[in-house]
Design a protein around this ligand. Structure first.
Ligand SMILES: [Zn+2]
Ligand SMILES: [Zn+2]
Length: 234
């Protein structure tokens, strides 16, 4: 667990894992993304390091309905009474009512098709969503002015959580931060590639210093310029 801004703490993993983020608010903590199966242990440990327990977790915001972001959601919901938020287009996937949206195999190369098949074989355990989100919705209680940004493409209901007071975007998989720089999300897991690019441009408009992603090291300082430079190459 690492403090990243005044209110945001990262539960950071290696690149092939998933980063989750805890935001300290007035009434307790909000978790952004519930990681892979077993991630609940990391959440419990991080809260413990902050002098808190799982009962201080008040909300979970899911950036999108992929197995690496919702894997531990059912087990967290079993042990703690949290309000769970997701965009209205991904909520039915999390609940198990709709299948995960995927690109058409014809759009992909050989490696992409292999990765698509692998992803489709990962099953999602259905979980509850209490609040369905829309673009620019303010979520009370997380941090001053915390706002949803609909950034579709990698999934139809993919969102980022914009924290204006922290000059921070928790961006899910809108881009990834590989050791050699920013890259788009995995194409094999992204049903709408044109929307992926539009969402990167949309994220680059935000006046942020910090960009905290699902995969890769957090960018602390200068994030908008980094994102704008990356968006220009698309
Ligand atoms: Zn994803
Ligand atoms: Zn991911």
């Amino acid at each position: 667990m690492k403090q990243l801004t005044a209110a945001v703490f990262g539960i950071l993993t290696q690149f092939n894992g998933l980063n989750g983020y805890l935001i300290r608010g007035e009434d307790g903590f909000t978790l952004v993304d519930a990681g892979m199966k077993g991630f609940e242990r990391s959440v419990r440990q991080a809260l413990h390091q902050l002098g808190s327990t799982l009962s201080d977790l008040k909300r979970i915001v899911i950036t999108h309905a992929h197995p690496d972001h919702v894997g531990a959601l059912p087990s967290l919901q079993q042990v703690v009474n949290v309000t769970t938020y997701a965009h209205r287009l991904d909520a039915p996937v999390i609940r198990g009512d709709w299948p995960m949206a995927c690109p058409k195999p014809a759009e992909l190369g050989v490696v992409g098709r292999f990765m698509l098949a692998r992803m489709q074989s990962m099953s999602l355990v259905p979980a509850r969503v209490d609040v369905e989100l829309t673009d620019e919705q303010i979520i009370e209680g997380i941090a001053a002015g915390a706002q949803v940004r609909h950034l579709p493409g990698h999934s139809h209901g993919h969102i980022g959580l914009y924290l204006p007071a922290e000059k921070t975007l928790i961006g899910g998989d809108v881009v990834m931060h590989l050791p050699w720089g920013l890259t788009p999300p995995l194409r094999a897991a992204s049903p709408d590639w044109a929307a992926v690019k539009a969402s990167i441009l949309k994220a680059a408009e935000l006046p942020i210093e910090n960009l905290l992603l699902g995969h890769g090291a957090p960018i602390i300082g200068g994030a908008q310029a980094r994102l704008q430079a990356f968006a220009r190459q698309l």
